[in-house]
Design a protein around this ligand. Sequence first.
Ligand code: HEC
Length: 109
Amino acid sequence: MKTVKGMVLLVFGLLIMITLVYAGGSVEKGKKLFNDTTFAGSTNERTCNTCHPGGKGLEDVAEDYAKKADALKDQVNACIKAPLQGKPISADSQQMKDIIAYMKSLGGK
Ligand code: HEC
């Protein structure tokens, strides 16, 4: 009986870990989106990287927006709408998580 309980706990633990990993954003994928001319349905040749080369100027994003995650998402969408001529992405989409994970990685903290 004890082993069964142990197994069940182990499986639950693993499931929780997997969920946490997937709930976060991927820095790798975010970097790709940052350099993708078609990101968010962009209709021009610009990428985020065009105006923020190598993420320049965004190094403090993690700190500056620590308490206002929604404002950061709005800012990403503002930069998608006008500069990229694209369509805003959903605030809780995987792409949003990825691009934010990438920007947060820039500070190196
Ligand atoms: C046409 C140029 C241009 C493009 C393309 C662009 N941005 Fe921006 N972005 C700006 C400007 C200008 C600002 C305002 C600069 C400032 O912070 O004063 C800004 C600000 C930001 C900020 C806020 C920075 C801060 O410190 O508050 C974020 C985050 C951001 N951009 C992310 C992105 C992302 C993600 C993309 C791609 C989807 C992108 N930008 C594409 C020009 C651009």
